[in-house]
Ligand binder design. Structure first.
Ligand SMILES: *[C@@H]1O[C@H](CO)[C@@H](O)[C@H](O)[C@H]1NC(C)=O
Ligand SMILES: *[C@@H]1O[C@H](CO)[C@@H](O)[C@H](O)[C@H]1NC(C)=O
Length: 412
């Protein structure tokens, strides 16, 4: 029996800081504090530029710390493993061979290009190594097999690219390195001509600690959750199965409002007849002082959403009944006014059993994983999340231990 979760919430957020950029998803060592990882706060997390252009190119002969620190600083440098920000805190989990979205939050766009590298660094005592990172220059998942992303100068805010993880690489601690060589300085190009963007440029480097599980089997989320504290935080791009974007979902024919984005949650769970799966979730009590409220309509921890229709045949009957009147993702059970199905009340936001088998009534296009993936699709108001983050946990009916945490996981 296995239960795993994929929660994806995509929110367009514009940074309020006035310069540069950082790797925000997966959260980098410098920015992880913004996303609730309890790492050291770094207010200058958008300035990991090797000490600046002058320092890098004039003083350090073009050298940079592996994770963007001034090369001169003694090792481990602050953002390197063993440094004050390099504590090995995993900020995202993926699976081998997965196509993953990577988001860079840009506050001042100077053009140039990005590259991404990956190093399996499971040994907690090992230092970060550029040599190791150079062995896995990641390719983009657009079919081009390209490794360099040219940043259009017109982009602001979050820039998301999709890269392909290597098919057979798994690791408990991999380092993902983002490099941004900006293009705002005039210099001599390789063909001998002078041009803006050629020659030594300001360079940003960020590192993120991530985990990649083997293709088969599911990994236990690293964050433990306490049902009383509701502290099971899913990153906006949490992994375990796959990730996709509202914009690519052809079945949605409406234009969603700007701050409302489709969010799909899958829970993998083999169940017996008469068992149903729900989710509860929202934002942690600690992030919404003075706290959550049991009155769902005004609960500051709840998030406005509307569930989407996934089918009209009998298979979707329960889901469709329990969907009615469910307007918020919250920590309580059924909302007042939420429909009951043949006398059975909802226990939260309903999920429906789905499969990737096209012949089954439970077939859903977004399920590219297999059988027993319970699913809900919500149009969620992302401005009510914490910078794109929200929490969710599964609740199974007709069992001794209803909550997700109490269910044994396999294959991790
Ligand atoms: C990115 O820019 C470089 C330099 O202008 C160019 O040679 C390259 O073809 C561009 N790559 C893509 C994918 O557009
Ligand atoms: C989303 O939530 C924000 C904050 O509560 C609110 O101001 C906004 O009107 C909501 N958007 C929609 C489309 O309901």
């Amino acid at each position: 029996m296995a239960l795993s979760v994929v929660g994806v919430v995509l929110c367009a957020l514009v940074s309020v800081v006035s310069s540069h950029g950082y790797l925000s998803s997966p959260a980098s060592r410098n920015s992880a504090w913004r996303f609730g990882f309890g790492t050291q706060t770094n207010y200058n997390d958008n300035e990991l530029y090797c000490g600046g252009r002058e320092v890098m190119h004039s003083q350090n002969q073009g050298r940079c710390g592996v994770c963007g620190d001034n090369w001169r600083l003694s090792e481990p440098r602050p953002h390197e493993r063993g440094g004050v920000y390099g504590k090995g805190v995993i900020t995202a989990q993926y699976r081998s061979g997965q196509v993953i979205p990577i988001t860079i939050r840009i506050s001042a766009n100077h053009g140039g290009w990005f590259e991404f590298r990956l190093c399996n660094n499971n040994n907690p005592r090992a230092r970060d190594s550029q040599q190791c990172l150079n062995k896995q220059l990641l390719t983009f998942a657009d079919g081009s097999r390209g490794t360099r992303y040219n940043l259009s100068r017109s982009l602001r805010g979050d820039v998301t690219v999709h890269v392909q993880l290597p098919p057979r690489l798994s690791c408990t601690n991999c380092v993902l390195q983002w490099t941004w060589v900006v293009g705002n300085t005039w210099g001599i190009c390789s063909d001998g001509r002078g041009k803006v963007g050629c020659g030594p440029q300001e360079t940003f480097v960020n590192c993120a600690d991530i985990q990649i599980s083997p293709k088969r089997g599911f990994q236990k989320p690293t964050t433990t959750f306490n049902k009383n504290k509701n502290n099971f935080l899913y990153p906006r791009v949490s992994l375990v199965a796959s990730v996709w974007f509202a914009g690519l979902v052809a079945t949605i024919e409406r234009d969603l409002k700007e701050d409302v984005l489709q969010t799909v949650v899958f829970l993998q769970r083999e169940s017996i007849p008469d068992q149903d799966l729900f989710i509860r979730g929202g934002i942690s009590e600690s992030l919404r002082p003075p706290g959550c409220s049991s009155i769902v309509e005004s609960d500051p921890c709840a998030i406005d959403m509307n569930t989407n229709l996934l089918g009209t045949i009998q298979h979707y009957e329960k889901y469709n009944a329990w969907r009615v009147g469910d307007t918020r993702l919250d920590w309580s059970g059924a909302q007042p006014g939420q429909d009951v199905y043949q006398g059975i009340p909802a226990e939260g936001t309903p999920l429906v059993w789905t499969t990737n088998n096209v012949l089954s009534p439970g077939y859903q296009e977004l399920n590219t994983f297999g059988e027993h993936y319970w699913m809900v699709s919500m149009d969620m108001n992302c401005t009510q999340t914490e910078a794109g983050w929200f929490e969710v946990k599964g609740y199974l009916t007709n069992t001794m231990d209803n909550w997700e945490t109490d269910i044994a996981q396999v294959g991790g």
